[in-house]
Design a protein around this ligand. Structure first.
Ligand code: ADP
Ligand code: MG
Length: 237
């Protein structure tokens, strides 16, 4: 569509892939186009987020339409919300039948920060959001613990899967945040075991990062189906 490409040009959004949904003109479109509940729009407003950032404009509709994606945009450009928003809109909160979304972060600090952001966005809703602490990975009883969204480093998640029999077979969304760092830091083996454990055939996987090295994209393409690529700014800036 003409209108879509004008918007993309305006915001420096570059895409590749077929049938890519229109970018968002406003957060309001989340409700008009995708039935977003009002609590989330309220919480966005409360956080002071008036307009979606460029990566949010395109990556959110891509994930909401059930497509896997590589999203690449500079540091500080709002990538966290770009993956949290679709997850919060799509998963059923408060379920007792296992983890519905997994977010992998390269560092414990980033995992903690992402958890805090997520908790602010669900204010007023009964979502179970869990940060994989050392304690939890060592002694957590995941069978008894309701958990909708689990945020972890690859090492802790891999440990919990092996030692605590954490079941990821019902995960609907898997996010690799700062995926360039995840691979750089040598977590390939742990990521691989997480990807395998998330065996739900309709899982939606996404990679978010500030750079998208060819090696990372090649590695990821081998596991993703029909992924869309969304780049804001330059691919390797
Ligand atoms: P990135 O992961 O791309 O480095 P973050 O997701 O950490 O960026 O976001 C950077 C900052 O921008 C955070 O403080 C976040 O709260 C803020 N932010 C995110 N989305 C918006 C928005 N739509 N409007 C204003 N600020 C935003
Ligand atoms: Mg980030």
């Amino acid at each position: 569509l003409e209108k879509d490409s004008i918007l993309r040009k305006k915001y420096g959004i570059h895409i590749s892939g077929h049938n890519i949904p229109s970018p968002l003109e406003s957060f309001g479109e989340l409700s008009s186009r995708y039935g977003c509940k009002s609590y989330l729009l309220c919480n966005l407003q409360e956080r002071g987020f008036k307009e979606p950032t460029p990566i949010q404009r395109q990556a959110i509709p891509v994930l909401l339409s059930g497509r896997e994606c590589f999203a690449c945009a500079p540091t500080g450009s709002g990538k966290t919300l770009a993956f949290l928003c679709p997850i919060l809109m799509k998963i059923k909160p408060g379920s007792k039948d296992g983890v519905k979304a997994v977010i992998l972060c390269p560092t414990r600090e980033l995992a903690a920060q992402t958890t805090r952001e997520c908790k602010k966005l669900v204010k007023g809703r009964k979502f179970y959001i869990k940060l994989m602490t050392k304690e939890l990975s060592r002694c957590g009883n995941f069978d008894k613990m309701p958990c909708d969204i689990l945020i972890s480093t690859p090492l802790r998640l891999d440990f919990a899967m092996r030692k605590r029999k954490l079941d990821l077979s019902r995960v609907e969304y898997l996010v690799l945040d700062e995926s360039d760092k995840l691979f750089e830091l040598g977590f390939v083996e742990q990521i691989d075991s997480v990807v395998k454990a998330c065996a739900n055939p309709s899982i939606i996987r996404s990679l978010f990062s500030a750079t998208l090295p060819d090696t990372v994209e090649e590695l990821a393409r081998s596991i993703m189906h029909d992924a869309v690529r969304v780049i804001v700014g330059r691919k390797n800036s």
